[in-house]
Design a protein around this ligand. Structure first.
Ligand code: IVH
Length: 670
């Protein structure tokens, strides 16, 4: 490559890397894999070494990725928050270890850790008190997100034991997978776009202005690096282990999340172990981190402009395969949201056969720039969902056409709409578009909503197709004789269905509100609205300002609620539900029967129940003269257990010999 070509290529690489840094750190929408990013970075590094005259002060090779958004105060780090050099092969790790060996120390120790795929954080403690939490930002200065980090349950606000007076502990905040799936489930239920992956949603959550929402999301952390003046430790491992005594959440040595070794074999075993076991972790990692343990050796090794020489990351390679995109189909959700799906020539990836991959929305399709018959790269990271990450342009056939996003609904032919600032297209034909009709009814009858026993999605499909129901109010007008006309519907099933429908009239107002399927009104929002306004009429008549004044209700939700009630057919539907006896206001204050069946009995309620919410169960206990306690003690009379009761509670109840009763046992008691 001559000088002019090199200059051009360097400029191009700088521009591209800056663009990807922005997408990753600011937009939370990475467009290429870490591996591809590093390939570009290495290419730039090499060119800059060969042609130093074209290397600039602000080149991405000299900068830790990251930037500052405007919303939070900026804080200069006391100790720069550096990055790690990445490696993808065991040879590179051996080279790194060889370089360190050459220093000639007799006994070099290494600490092997997991590389948590989350958001880096530095938390300062003074005199045992939490003072501040700052993001990495550009490595020199970060954003003060103290209020948000304070809400994370595993971050203590007060330390215990013999902690140093003034120090900073660094680590990673991440979304545990179960909390992430729960959040996406809720977003799906309320018709919101789902988050792409746990790392992006952790980052997005930490940048929220309302720390109450942060608190509700269940973020977690591992803290793995202590910084301060005159700290009383000689090694990294000892400092981390000690931090546990102060109440800080450090990686678990007993689960091999952190592991000390003196040999390269020990390092390789650790890499090998986690390359397989990472799939069973309850959070995501994207590699492991290897660090020299002794501070004295760390100091001798020092730093490059970007990262310490005494540490290196080994990144796991995400498996990637190539296959043909056969066609793109479009799914219509219950809110009318259109999701494009790529149908692929089946290909084996990570132990399963992949046939389909979501393309999310038209922007994503545009970004991939797909043409008919394209050969595409498919990846599956820690997440189960396969993802198309790019097109093999070398294999693109000539004379093929670009795959354009549809303009009309594939189910009902209505012209699609897209609101400003939203990524999703919608079919506006709410009342007549078949998947929307079915989807709304399926949502209404679902377990967390009306929980109608005896009615499943297949039966809903049949009832809609036969014209027996068109909306949820029609369910309450179904007749026994009509049901018997349906294939495979025997008398018993018909009776069960009608009984389930009848029972649902007892379901609490907050759940009915959720069941209506108003866009953006998920379980939590429905609870808030029910608690604040008490009746459907008051919600329907609430102004936008009144709605927004409720905790956690923003303009988007307020607009959606107003839009729902502005439509006459929705008001008619609610009137019909009301006439059928559904709970459309909160039930009156419960009168406590001090001589009830449960008089003097103390209950601990745990888990998820079939017929009632936990609050409803607790109210029933009090109504019948019993008392609720939050933790199990020798005074507890009964533990009322639903699904997924916490294992700690179960163990304690067994230890103390306290009877564990089911929802059914309880109902018999009252
Ligand atoms: S040590 C100076 N240890 O990886 C070295 N980093 O690519 C500081 N990370 O910014 C980092 N797990 O956000 C370290 N066990 C671990 C880590 C870890 C995840 C992240 C961290 C860092 C990034 C560097």
């Amino acid at each position: 490559m001559n000088r002019i070509e090199a200059q051009k290529r360097i400029e191009k690489l700088v521009e591209e890397l800056n663009h990807h840094n922005h997408l990753y750190y600011i937009e939370n929408k990475p467009a290429i894999s870490d591996f591809d990013f590093d390939l570009l970075l290495v290419e730039l590094q090499k060119l800059e070494e060969e042609f130093p005259e074209f290397s600039s002060e602000n080149s991405p090779t000299k900068k830790v990725g990251g930037d500052i958004t405007k919303k939070f105060d900026t804080v200069v780090h006391r100790y720069p928050m550096l990055s790690l050099s990445n490696s993808y092969s065991k040879e590179e790790i051996m080279e790194w270890e060889n370089r360190i060996k050459k220093l000639g120390y007799e006994q070099i120790e290494y600490v092997c850790e997991l590389k948590y795929d989350g958001v880096a954080i530095g938390i300062s403690y003074q005199n045992g008190q939490f003072v501040r939490a700052v993001t990495r930002g550009d490595g020199v200065q970060g954003e003060d997100i103290t209020n948000n980090v304070k809400t994370i349950k595993t971050v203590p606000l007060l330390l215990k034991g013999d902690y140093p007076d003034d120090f900073e502990i660094r680590g990673e905040i991440f979304f545990p997978l179960n909390a992430f799936h729960k959040l996406n489930e809720e977003r799906k239920e309320s018709g919101e776009a789902e988050f792409a992956n746990p790392r992006n949603s952790a980052s997005g959550t930490l940048k929220l202005q309302d720390s109450r929402i942060v608190a509700s999301r269940g973020l977690d952390c591992f803290l793995y690096g202590i910084y301060g003046e005159n700290l009383p430790f000689q090694t990294h491992y000892d400092s981390v282990i000690k931090a546990k005594e102060w109440g800080l959440k450090i990686p678990f040595p007993e689960k091999k999340y952190i592991y000390k070794t003196k040999s390269i074999d020990g390092i390789m075993d650790f890499i090998q172990y986690w390359d397989i076991e990472r799939n069973s972790l309850p959070f995501e990692i994207d590699g492991v981190v290897l660090k020299v343990n002794q501070y004295s050796i760390q100091n001798e090794l020092g730093f490059t402009a970007k990262s310490p020489r005494w540490a290196i990351a080994y990144k796991f390679k995400t498996e990637r395969v190539e296959t043909i995109i056969e066609w793109v189909s479009y799914q219509v959700g219950r809110t009318g949201a259109i999701t494009p799906v790529a149908n692929l020539t089946p290909v084996s990836l990570g132990g399963t056969v992949v046939k389909r991959a979501s393309l999310h929305n038209s922007d994503q399709m545009e970004k991939l720039d797909l043409y008919e018959g394209d050969s595409v790269y498919v990846e599956k990271g820690g997440e189960i969902i396969p993802k198309i990450v790019g097109v093999n342009l070398n294999k693109r056939k000539s004379n093929t056409e670009k795959i354009e996003f549809i303009s009309v609904c594939p189910e009902c032919n209505t012209t699609l709409t897209r609101n400003d600032g939203e990524a999703q297209h919608y079919c506006p034909n709410e009342k007549n578009c078949p998947p929307q009709i079915k989807g709304k009814i399926e949502h209404f009858i679902s377990r967390k909503a009306m929980n109608i026993d005896g009615l499943g999605n297949e039966t809903v499909d049949t009832l809609v197709s036969k014209g027996l129901i068109k909306n949820v109010a029609d369910l309450y007008e179904l007749h026994f004789d009509d049901l018997l006309k349906i294939e495979r519907m025997a008398e018993k099933s018909a009776n069960n269905l009608l009984k389930g429908v009848e029972e649902s009239k007892k379901v609490s107002f907050e759940r009915v509100l959720f069941a209506l399927g108003i866009r953006f009104v998920g379980e939590t929002v429905a609870k808030k609205l029910a608690k604040e306004f008490k009746s459907i009429e008051d919600i329907a008549f609430a102004s936008e300002e009144e709605l927004i004044s409720v905790d956690e209700i923003g303009e988007k939700i307020a607009f959606s609620v107003r839009h729902y009630f502005a439509q006459e057919e929705n008001r008619i539907l609610i009137e019909r539900l009301k006439n059928h006896g559904l709970q459309l206001s909160v039930s009156k204050e419960i009168e406590v029967d001090t001589n009830g069946n449960l008089k003097g009995k103390i209950f601990v309620v745990s888990g998820v129940f079939k017929q009632f919410s936990r609050d409803e169960i607790k109210a029933l206990i009090e109504k019948n003269g019993g008392k609720n306690a939050s933790s199990i003690s020798s005074k507890t009379n009964f533990v009322l257990a639903g699904e997924n009761m916490g294992p700690a509670k179960l163990q304690k109840a067994n230890e103390l010999g306290i009877p564990i009763i089911s929802e059914e046992d309880f109902l018999k008691m009252i």
